[in-house]
Design a protein around this ligand. Structure first.
Ligand SMILES: O=C(O)CCC(=O)C(=O)O
Length: 287
């Protein structure tokens, strides 16, 4: 059975688990190359050194929904074994993709600040889970993730603003104060899953190579939209109304879904959104 009963129990207890052997060498090689190319294309024309970037961008280069405009990435984002594992861990029949994203932590990149994911998303229900897939594995040296075990069950839902590093400090609360997160090194081919309410962070990249990670965020099919301060393309692009079920070609079904039945390409965001498909906008002739 995939995943094992032990993995399911660990995920429900701790809010994270590593499942080994989900991606083989050929897939890691092929998809790693595809995501490298996609990240290079999305970040082309950005001449800034790491030091010149914002605090947030020094944590990672973030490129969202590569499945839309990079056909070679699409089978990874809709990888049946990864999506099925996510559905079983969460204990739901059917999952949609909220979005995918490459999170490439450059050599010398700073830590990823502690946060919960769910407060970033205008979803009423917190039935969501991230699959974090490092193409080369992750280590203390290259920026592995750390999770506060059981924090998804604490009732806490706070927006810790990792864009600016301001706002709610998730390491100064009773659930985490004085505690070390569980630092998790992910072997090559394994996938780390975390619940959207689990407080997590990542170490700096002290190696001399980029930490290459692709992630997919899934949410339970049938989840509904709520109001949040921030807009979000996953619901704003298709015009999902407050209270409506979040279902559109921007957030397709990931499980159950056959590998041979990949979703069609949605229309590009209009106007273009930084980090999303269609970014950077193509230069007009003569400009
Ligand atoms: O990869 C990282 O450094 C952070 C990842 C993260 O916060 C997430 O996938 O929710």
């Amino acid at each position: 059975m995939r995943p094992s009963e032990d993995s399911i129990q660990a995920f429900r207890r701790d809010g994270f688990v590593v499942v080994e052997g989900l991606l083989d060498d050929d897939e890691l090689e092929r998809y790693g190359r595809a995501v490298d190319g996609a990240v290079a294309a999305r970040t082309r024309g950005d001449p800034r050194s790491l030091e010149e970037k914002t605090r947030y961008e020094q944590s990672f280069q973030q490129c969202i929904n590569l499945w839309e405009d990079f056909p070679d990435v699409r089978p990874l984002t809709f990888h049946p074994a990864v999506a099925e594992t996510a559905a079983k861990l969460l204990g739901v029949e059917s999952l949609r993709v909220w979005h995918d994203q490459a999170l490439y932590k450059q050599a010398g990149g700073r830590v990823t600040d502690p946060h919960q994911d769910q407060p970033y998303w205008p979803l009423e229900q917190a039935d969501s889970i991230t699959a974090w897939m490092p193409f080369d594995g992750s280590s203390h040296e290259n920026g592995c993730m750390g999770y506060f075990a059981g924090s998804h069950r604490s009732g806490l839902r706070k927006f810790a603003d990792i864009f600016t590093g301001t706002g709610y400090d998730l390491e100064a609360i009773p659930e985490t104060r004085g505690l070390e997160p569980c630092w998790v090194e992910v072997p090559r081919g394994a996938v780390a899953f975390h619940h959207s309410l689990t407080i997590h962070r990542a170490l700096a990249n002290r190696s001399d190579r980029t930490r290459r990670v692709h992630t997919v965020i899934y949410f339970k099919d049938g989840s509904t939209r709520i109001e949040r301060e921030h807009p979000h393309p996953s619901v704003d692009r298709p015009g999902i109304a407050r209270g409506a079920v979040v279902a559109s070609d921007v957030t397709p079904i990931a499980w159950p879904r056959e590998a041979s039945n990949l979703p069609p390409t949605p229309a590009l965001p209009n106007p273009p959104v930084p980090g999303w498909p269609g970014w950077p906008p193509r230069q007009q002739k003569g400009t």
